[in-house]
Design a protein around this ligand. Sequence first.
Ligand code: FMN
Length: 368
Amino acid sequence: MSAAPGRFALYSRNTLKLGLFGANCSSGRAVTMVPERWSGSWPDCLRLARLADAVGIEFMLPVGRWKGYGGDTDYQGETLETVTWAAGLLAATQRMTVFGTVHAPLIHPVIAAKQFVTADHIGEGRFGLNVVCGWNEDEFDMFGAELRAHDARYEYAQEWLDAIKLAWSDAGEFDFPGQFIKLRQVRAKPKPFGGGRPIVMNAAVSAAGQAFAIRNCDALFSMTPRGKLDEFAAHVAKVKALARAGGRELDVYTVGVITCRPTTREAEEYYRHCVIDHADWAAVDRIMAMRGVTRQAFPDDFEQRRLHQANGMGGMPIVGDPDHVAHELAQLAAAGARGIALSFVNYLDELPFFAQEVLPRLSRLGLR
Ligand SMILES: Cc1cc2nc3c(=O)[nH]c(=O)nc-3n(C[C@H](O)[C@H](O)[C@H](O)COP(=O)(O)O)c2cc1C
């Protein structure tokens, strides 16, 4: 069972797909204290989705977060639950794909399958699923749930997604006698909108996680290592070849953090203002500690990593005038990125300039 072609292409013919990442969370992806930082509120999300849809942005990808990271701003402390958020935005838009980012171990697969189908009907086939297996232990404590040993998370997720795909399929009543998940006499109707199934992605880094993507997903989201486009290109070629060897197509998307202003100088000044002079360093350091990134473990580039975290949680920083930003996005596309999930300090304030100045440049480069 595959995603229908229109879904898979995110309903556009653009070579390079663009999305917005993290708008369902307070502060979005920028760990900053500047007062104009993103609210993550519903009215702002709704305005943003309508604007993004109108200018041809292909997708919105939320962050699945249950607990803020603390610091002075309680970074990402206010988050809208992603499937209900997606359902609301799908009802308010016409073209874009909206993902739900769902922690497989926390949501029962029969409930999850039906939630996704419901959102998919609301969006007439534009719902997408980002499968996450668990990253932050303190979130799981909130649920009284155990975060499994790393690779076992993906074994569980395999069963979870298999059960969901079965519920989406034309199979009638079914049993699912898994190792972790045991279901009996499941009836799941209706099916996803218009045949096929929602596009499925994940953003794994580990070997087990990427093997999961290669086996199951339509898209893998991978960070681009700083200054190492060659490494990214090799990674894209490798995972695509592995998927093809298994009879599947897999697209690789990446993550970019945009500071775009009329001049390079203005862009660099705003970047410095937000993510150096006014970063929420207490939150940054907490996030780094949770990931085991300490000065002792990374003596050579610890400060660089801190900066990178403050700017956009590890996404590729793209800072400059519209020519420069378009050029950098084109470089990522040339390295094999099928699309890029973008973030801004304030998405609503900054998207109009990006749409007006960068999108036409990407069109002239043959990417849009
Ligand atoms: C682009 C991107 C988006 C992600 N979104 C989330 C998320 O919303 N919630 C979450 O708990 N983890 C999220 N993750 C974490 C991944 O699902 C994954 O656990 C992490 O990259 C580590 O990979 P691994 O599980 O293979 O070790 C994201 C990672 C990336 C790179």
